[in-house]
Design a binder for this molecule. Sequence first.
Ligand SMILES: C[S@@+](CC[C@H](N)C(=O)[O-])C[C@H]1O[C@@H](n2cnc3c(N)ncnc32)[C@H](O)[C@@H]1O
Length: 198
Amino acid sequence: MPVMSRVEAAFCRSAPWRAFTGRIVVPWVLRGEDLAGEVLEIGSGAGANAAVIAETQPQASITATDLDPTMVTAARARLAKYGTRATVAEADSTRLPFDDDHFDAAVSLLMLHHVIDWEAAIRELARVVRPGGRVVGYDLIATRGARLIHLADRSPHRLLSPNELCGSLIASGFHDVDVNPALGGLVARFHATAGPAL
Ligand SMILES: C[S@@+](CC[C@H](N)C(=O)[O-])C[C@H]1O[C@@H](n2cnc3c(N)ncnc32)[C@H](O)[C@@H]1O
């Protein structure tokens, strides 16, 4: 099964989307939080978000990962200029090729709804982010509009609700979980801390 439809994949690689997600979405998701150490991005697409993180978070090294080889190639080209501060790997977010507690933080931007078993991706984030590390992101909520867009577009998807996302983060062992609907309920922004509360 394709990861996304050709139309949506092309849109995610387009210059307007890259500018929007990099300049507007990343600061909005981070809410002023700094990222430091080894940072993982799952479903990183063409690498626009990872490039902004490499540019604006001097304490961070970013590992951008995506299941789609075309996205990986685009991200590699985009991130090459950051040298060892940005690496790219082809990886399925439900089976990440990284050791337990490998990362200090992780980012997931508008990708979970394309992972049919998105709960498995959350469990993998809980596994690879060290206790105390932050996971931040946002995703589409299961609204009528989101359903219609994806039916027309035909990308494989399984939309989530804020309650399901919150429950999955807690069930996977995160604490300080915060899931907030935004943009009139179209998306949910989330923040969580890996491992048990001290
Ligand atoms: C809507 S795009 C968003 C891309 C990027 N995060 C952004 O904000 O521009 C969703 C991305 O998730 C990737 N993806 C879908 N399923 C995946 C999976 N199981 N593991 C890793 N990446 C996946 C797709 O290839 C695509 O690049």
